[in-house]
Design a protein around this ligand. Structure first.
Ligand SMILES: Nc1ncnc2c1ncn2[C@@H]1O[C@H](COP(=O)(O)OP(=O)(O)OP(=O)(O)O)[C@@H](O)[C@H]1O
Length: 620
């Protein structure tokens, strides 16, 4: 019997059933009861089961339907078996395997996972990479630059070309841990198109002992902590509600930030004390937050100091940019609430946002001048006038100043974080932002002092341990003694270098041509900035020689005239020619001061204000 015949039979049976049902339908109002006098509902009640049974019998009498039923039953049986086997296999696996999964959430746009979520999987990936688990795999992803692999695989045998293998998506990697078989798998799960995709790292160990998993996790955490000991991670505001890991940087040694004695130590001690005072803050009901404002001349070392402090305190840096598109008060609040408990939150050039009109109380220049009390660089001596107070809150993108203030110290603000804000223009900041509780300690950075110029020179030309190992510095074992004798005849007042130095200089000093030695067409470009001094050859100076030259350099450079960045730029051009650096310094200083004096005349009032110290030195 073919399908059309089956259909025909089914329809005729249904029709028969329907006919019976109609026969049993209640009579129209006013009409007589039906002939046998029984209740119509009773007939209808019989008709339906009779029709259904009849239909079933008819269907079963058809061979095709019987075949279908058989197939259905066999399919159901097989499916049940499959499920039973899967279930049993899972139970067996659960019995013999330890399984741990680590989730990393990602949204459809591929945003990176939040730092806390990322951490666990990083431990495991770092651990697996340490054991070279992916090295022999036939399918891997290559990654470079991520801090978790920074001391990892150096595939090309070249320190500068470090890359690492990373588990590919949906692949299983096998290894052994303490004699137990184990696997690692990274997969992407997206429950539906409305929820964020989840990246899962699955770790399985063939063992009945749950302590093995704990041991592995402890080991992974320890290894990760050691590997990241010399590294700090930098995050930026990627979108209006997410932080993105952008870099892993070597910690900057405190000695590399040259400030006047005591400044760095003071801030570091204060921040250390804060980090260790959680209980003190809690018991007194004071919000556990601290803010530092570093203000003053550009290129004076504000950012460098923050980087170094973060390294000393073992904290990661989160750089908040108030100009991120779509950032508003609410997203700013949630961004700050998402910060980890201990971290450095950095808002660079916070005044830049204010200049765009974010300042709540605008101070007119005259008031500003009066508040400064004649101190061009210093902070205003008092709050802005009452007349300013009722001025309207204004915006930087979608963020209002009150929104920023609330995010920094409102109820939802993260506790434990250290805020660093930098500005070149102290007077542009709203007093509400400067008050204790938001920015507690204000540190001024000035142009380079004599001490800083000297120390910077020393840092450039004193051989470090690595140089010593390479045998490039102080090549003569008796060079210190020779220099000791030359020191007496080479005081800061004596502009002629000792013969030994001159000899060294002639050997090393030709690496980079001086600007005056360049052809005219190139010179104009060269003169626009300072060329890198090249790396061929290193100065053959002993520590004492370097110190003596540093004194000389500090004598030549007028104090509070140049930023540290400017001095650094100058010395970069003489990387391997310390004697040339000294010899050329007077001319460079003179031309720079002249340049500044000319530029000062054509500066806008704001530029003038920012560079006033340099300008003042130039005029003097
Ligand atoms: N005090 C310092 N000690 C050592 N290096 C310094 C110092 N100040 C500046 N530098 C060098 O100058 C460059 C710029 O420094 P940095 O970015 O820290 O200055 P900044 O004060 O934050 O500048 P800006 O206000 O323009 O952001 C860096 O390469 C840094 O190494």
């Amino acid at each position: 019997m073919d399908a059309s015949q089956v259909l025909q039979t089914v329809l005729s049976v249904i029709q028969a059933g329907a006919g019976n049902a109609t026969a049993g339908s209640p009579p129209a109002p006013g009409s007589a009861a039906n002939s046998n006098g029984s209740a119509p509902t009773q007939d209808a009640g019989h008709a339906a089961p009779v029709g259904a049974v009849q239909l079933l019998v008819t269907l079963l009498s058809m061979s095709a339907v019987r075949d279908w039923m058989k197939l259905l039953l066999i399919g159901a049986f097989l499916e049940t078996c499959r499920r039973l086997i899967t279930k049993s296999w899972e139970s067996i696996q659960d019995y013999f395997w330890l399984t741990a999964t680590f989730e990393m959430h990602e949204d459809p746009a591929g945003e990176s996972p939040s730092p806390a979520e990322k951490l666990w999987s990083n431990w495991i990936l770092h651990w697996a990479a340490q054991r070279k688990m992916f090295d022999a795999a036939r399918h891997v992803e290559i990654t470079s630059g991520d801090y978790i692999f920074d001391n990892m695989v150096d595939v090309f045998g070249n320190d500068e070309a470090k890359v690492a293998f990373y588990p590919s998506m949906d692949r299983k990697y096998r290894s052994w841990y303490k004699g137990r078989f184990m696997t690692i798998k990274r997969e992407q799960k997206s429950p539906n198109s409305f929820t964020r995709a989840i990246q899962v790292l699955e770790l399985r160990i063939l063992s009945r002992n749950p302590h093995v998993l704990r041991e592995l996790l402890m080991e992974a955490r320890k290894g990760y902590t050691v590997a990241s000991k010399n590294v700090i991670n930098v995050y930026v505001t990627e979108s209006s509600d997410r932080w993105k890991h952008v870099a892993s940087q070597q910690k900057r040694p405190a000695s590399s930030v040259i400030l006047d004695p005591g400044v760095f130590e003071l801030v570091l001690a204060d921040a250390r004390d804060f980090v260790n005072s959680k209980r003190w803050y809690a018991s007194r009901g004071i919000p556990f937050r601290r803010g530092y404002l570093l203000y003053g001349a550009p290129g004076a070392g504000k950012t460098s100091m923050i980087h170094s402090l973060a390294g000393e305190l073992d904290l990661n840096i989160y750089i908040l940019s108030l100009t991120v598109m779509a950032l508003d008060d609410n997203s700013l609040k949630s961004l700050i609430a998402r910060l980890p408990e201990k971290c450095v939150l950095l808002i660079e050039d916070i005044d830049a946002a204010f200049h765009r009109g974010m300042k709540r109380n605008i101070v007119d220049p005259e008031t500003q001048q009066a508040q400064r009390g004649g101190n061009e660089n210093g902070p205003p001596n008092g709050p802005p006038g009452e007349k300013d107070k009722d001025k309207q809150d204004t915006f930087c993108n979608g963020v209002t100043l009150s929104g920023l203030l609330n995010a920094l110290d409102g109820i939802a603000a993260q506790e434990g974080r250290i805020l660093f804000a930098t500005t070149n223009d102290y007077s542009a900041l709203d007093p509400a932002l400067l008050r204790p509780g938001r920015l507690d300690l204000h540190v001024e950075f000035q142009l380079a002092s004599r001490h800083q110029a000297r120390e910077l020179f020393k840092r450039f030309f004193t051989p470090d341990e690595e140089d010593e190992k390479l045998g490039v510095a102080a090549a003569h074992p008796d060079s210190d003694e020779k220099q000791a004798s030359s020191d007496s005849g080479y005081s800061s007042a004596n502009s002629t270098p000792p013969a030994e130095m001159t000899t060294n200089a002639s050997a090393l000093g030709q690496a980079t041509p001086r600007p005056s030695q360049l052809p005219g067409s190139v010179r104009s470009v060269y003169m626009g900035g300072m060329a890198h001094g090249g790396t061929a050859g290193l100065p053959r100076l002993s520590a004492k020689q370097a110190a003596a030259l540093a004194e000389r350099f500090a004598d030549i450079v007028p104090p509070q005239a140049f930023s540290m960045a400017t001095l650094q730029g100058y010395l970069m051009a003489y990387k391997v020619r310390p004697l040339d650096a000294i010899a050329d310094a007077p001319g460079w200083v003179e031309s720079k001061l002249r340049e500044k004096a000319t530029a000062g005349a054509s500066q806008t009032p704001l530029e003038k204000e920012t560079k006033n110290a340099e300008g003042a030195a130039a005029v003097a």
